[in-house]
Design a protein around this ligand. Structure first.
Ligand SMILES: Nc1ncnc2c1ncn2[C@@H]1O[C@H](COP(=O)(O)OP(=O)(O)OP(=O)(O)O)[C@@H](O)[C@H]1O
Length: 814
């Protein structure tokens, strides 16, 4: 969203000044601070209907009392939320001076009273006594006045010291708040601002800046699309919390005015927001992210996912959370089973579909449709139902607001006339369940209004702007070699390696483990607990490696992922975007490396074309490392093959034994003595061979990977740190000097060992070179190669047949 224009801002400031008049009267500051004034002048009448909007949003249908529903700045005191907004401190200091003044007055009055209370003296002595008394009175008055003056002076000294301290604090805080001023235009509740400052989010991301005003202040439905890692969770999360807070405050204020107990009427214990995400991991991640905010505002956010134990689920639902984040399968299972908290949806104010397209893709359309069918109509009132609800007498009035629907994704394509279709309601009648239309249908059925804000911040390439893409061309069977190269030479930071098949994942994770690379794995066939453990392990290691299938492609938000390797290309461009989006998240950068075999070439070129990329960088490789990398890989593959064979045999044997046992059969060994001896010898030989291979590999692994030779002709910066570069120069200089001294012509060999790791991104930036991606050319090449292969095959077949024919003929003659 664009920042307000100066006249608009002036008007807003004027408005807020008048609104916060009462507060400003109390806050007399000693020093004029424009920054603080700006903070105080935050307009808070956010919900006032915008006259320019044709479809204005009224929050409370029915009782006009709560129309608008948002609070003015006057109604919210930051100090009530532990937000020590500097101005508040001045109040205390003013209070102190008032107390002092009062004390002084009391003392002065008290001295007069004392004098008046003295008994009346006799006539004769009276005059003298009177004079004495007057003197005494004068003295005591003087003394007391002096004491008060002293007290006052010391109080003033303390006070001025306090003032100084307060002033310093005030300035510090102003400075601290100044860091978060970019959020002001979003007019968020002070408690949310407190969480934002705690998390250190200096400014809203573009999707947040655009969606929050529409969703939180104009009450609109939102369809949001922005690059991966762009902060979409808060783009829908903050408007939810904002509205819950505003309602809570508004209800409390209204009921306090009526002299009733506010707490009794707070709409607690009913479901207010239902968020659906495609995977368990994403659900847990979104829950954790939202909880960071929820804990400051006392809102319960609970995850509901498959794989969670029934007891835990029951325990969580018993707390009657206001916000539930869940996966479609488990949510529908519970809803269709009549789970009380999940079917009492009369107060539901938010329905969110996160990564909507993925849910449809993953075959959750029907479950989503069923869940949506259970939601109450957005336009109707729900009095009847809500009156019955315990502990929320006023929920009926509060929940009469329209429900808001948010649909978010990183890649969300809508048909050009989607808004028109919404207006016409023509989507309702369609029964189509195919990908793209399904999202439109779901959005419409969930009650998406025609005036929904459609925020599409995806650029032509959809990929994160801080992402550097690259590729390595290699043979299919050498992919593991290059993967090992990347991980060992450029192993800095977290890396995610994506595979399309579980078989490939198993193969490379096994090879890497044999090579001593500590990897975590994540795929859909793993148990939920194991999946979460793998993510935790990966998260805990600064240089962790996660080998995953596309189950981890979407939404997984792990900071510090520096590199994404596409070991196998995904089936669609969208999945490629999501995979690559695990790095270069928020404001950080990162790189992706695709391993491209000749078979992948055309697919990769068309992938680049779909992102409007004409060229892409070749990932720089230092070929001198390859011989040793190859050697290690060859040993690892042999070890893997033998171990696999052994474990397969063991598994088969135990399966046979288990099956026989279950059938109460005795398995007899019919092998002859000779065969048994032969088997034994074979096993022994294989185990000795395995030991030997392992020893050899261990020998190689015990020393750092080193290049075969150092080429003086091609010193490259790729993978070479400044330190190493410096060492090279020093060595070269020394070498030259020695040669001069010794007068030798013979070159001395330089061997680089213990190469410091550099990040792939660094290597790519310093030595990657652009390669033009011509789809046509690549497709043509592939076609030619295929036709050549076909021709060769046909030729072979023809020759074979010919030989056979000749053979038959000659046999016939004989
Ligand atoms: N305003 C902000 N400033 C800095 N960091 C932020 C901000 N908002 C969110 N983040 C952080 O950015 C990261 C990515 O946010 P989030 O997971 O919401 O992205 P996303 O757009 O949903 O990504 P994806 O499409 O991959 O699911 C999170 O770690 C989050 O804490």
């Amino acid at each position: 969203m664009a920042t307000p224009s100066p006249p608009q801002r002036q008007q807003e400031e004027k408005q807020s000044v008048s609104l916060s008049k009462k507060k400003n009267q109390k806050r007399k500051r000693t020093k004029h601070d424009p920054e603080l004034e700006r903070l105080d002048s935050l307009p808070w009448n956010s919900s006032l209907p915008n006259e320019e909007e044709d479809d204005t949003f009224s929050l409370f249908i029915g009782s006009g009392e709560l129309d608008g529903g948002f609070l003015s700045l006057e109604e919210i005191d930051e100090s009530d939320y532990g937000l020590d907004v500097p101005g508040a401190k001045k109040k205390i200091s003013n209070k102190n001076s008032k107390l002092k003044k009062q004390k002084l007055e009391e003392v002065t009055e008290g001295s007069c009273e004392d004098a008046e209370a003295e008994p009346e003296p006799a006539e004769g002595m009276a005059e003298e006594k009177n004079v004495k008394a007057k003197k005494k009175k004068k003295n005591s008055k003087k003394k007391k006045a002096k004491a008060v003056q002293q007290e006052d002076e010391s109080a003033t000294v303390i006070d001025s010291k306090d003032d100084e301290k307060e002033q310093m604090l005030y300035e510090d805080e102003a400075e601290a708040y100044a860091e978060f001023y970019a959020w002001n235009e979003l007019r968020l509740h002070p408690l949310l601002m407190k969480s934002i400052s705690r998390l250190g989010f200096k400014e809203p991301t573009p999707i947040q800046r655009t969606c929050i005003p529409a969703a939180a202040h104009q009450g609109k439905d939102v369809i949001g699309a922005a690059e991966t890692g762009s902060g979409k969770t808060l783009a829908f999360g903050l408007p939810i919390f904002q509205r819950l807070l505003e309602e809570r405050e508004k209800a409390a204020n209204m009921l306090e005015e009526k002299g009733e107990e506010a707490g009794k009427y707070a709409p607690k214990g009913v479901l207010r927001a239902l968020l659906i995400t495609p995977t368990r991991e994403l659900t847990l991640q979104v829950t954790d992210h939202l909880k960071e905010f929820a804990k400051d505002i006392n809102v319960r956010v609970v995850p509901i996912v498959g794989g969670m134990s029934a007891e835990k689920q029951e325990r969580l639902l018993k707390t009657r959370p206001e916000v539930i984040v869940g996966t479609p399968g488990r949510l529908w299972e519970l809803m269709s089973g009549g789970e009380k908290h999940l079917v009492e949806l009369h107060s539901l104010s938010f329905f969110v579909l996160d990564e909507a397209d993925r849910m449809v893709e993953a075959g959750h359309f029907r479950e989503l449709q069923s869940i949506i069918e259970m939601l109450p109509m957005t336009s109707g009132t729900t009095d009847g139902q809500s009156q019955n609800t315990q502990n929320c007498v006023t929920v009926s009035s509060l929940s009469r607001k329209k429900r808001q629907t948010f649909v978010f994704s990183a890649t969300l394509a809508l048909s050009a006339d989607f808004r028109k279709k919404l207006k016409r309601g023509s989507l309702k009648s369609k029964q189509s369940t195919d990908g793209l239309n399904s999202i439109e249908i779901l959005s419409e059925r969930a009650g998406m209004k025609p005036n929904a804000a459609i925020v599409d911040l995806t650029n032509a390439s959809i990929l994160a702007k801080n992402l550097e893409e690259s590729f390595i061309e290699c043979r299919e069977e050498d992919k593991d070699v290059y993967l090992y190269y990347i991980l060992s030479i450029h192993g800095e930071g977290r890396t995610i390696v994506f595979c399309t098949s579980i078989a490939a994942l198993r193969h490379i994770s096994s090879i890497l483990r044999i090579l001593g690379v500590n990897v975590s794995t994540l795929h859909a066939q793993m148990q939920q607990r194991a999946r979460l453990k793998a993510i935790d392990r990966f998260r805990a290691n600064e240089h962790g490696i996660l080998v995953a299938t596309d189950v981890a492609a979407r939404g997984l938000d792990i900071p510090g992922v520096r590199t994404v390797v596409h070991y196998q290309l995904p089936h669609s461009a969208e999945v490629y975007v999501h995979r690559s989006g695990r790095t270069a998240r928020a404001s950080s950068d990162g790189c992706s490396i695709a391993l491209i075999s000749p078979n992948d070439s055309a697919k990769f070129a068309s992938l680049c074309k779909s992102f409007a990329k004409e060229s892409i960088k070749h990932f720089p490789l230092e070929s001198s490392y390859m011989p040793e990398v190859m050697k290690r890989l060859s040993l690892a593959r042999q070890i893997d093959k033998i171990s696999r064979k052994d474990s397969q045999e063991r598994a088969n044997k135990s399966w046979l034994e288990r099956s026989a046992e279950s059938l109460e059969l005795v398995v007899e060994n019919y092998d002859s003595e000779e065969e048994r001896v032969k088997n034994f010898k074979q096993k022994k030989a294989s185990s000795n061979h395995l030991k030997k291979l392992q020893q050899e590999l261990n020998g190689l692994l015990s020393r750092p990977l080193r290049p075969k030779t150092f080429s003086h002709r091609y010193p490259t910066a790729a993978g070479v740190t400044h330190l190493i570069q410096h060492q090279f120069e020093e060595l070269a200089k020394q070498n030259g000097d020695d040669n001069l001294v010794l007068g030798e012509n013979k070159r001395r060999k330089m061997v680089v060992i213990g190469q410091d790791c550099v990040e792939p991104l660094q290597a790519l930036r310093s030595a990657g070179h652009e390669v033009h991606m011509d789809v046509k050319e690549r497709v043509e090449k592939r076609r030619n190669a295929e036709s050549l292969r076909r021709k060769r095959k046909e030729e072979k077949k023809r020759l074979r047949d010919q030989r056979r024919k000749q053979k038959k003929q000659s046999q016939g003659r004989e």
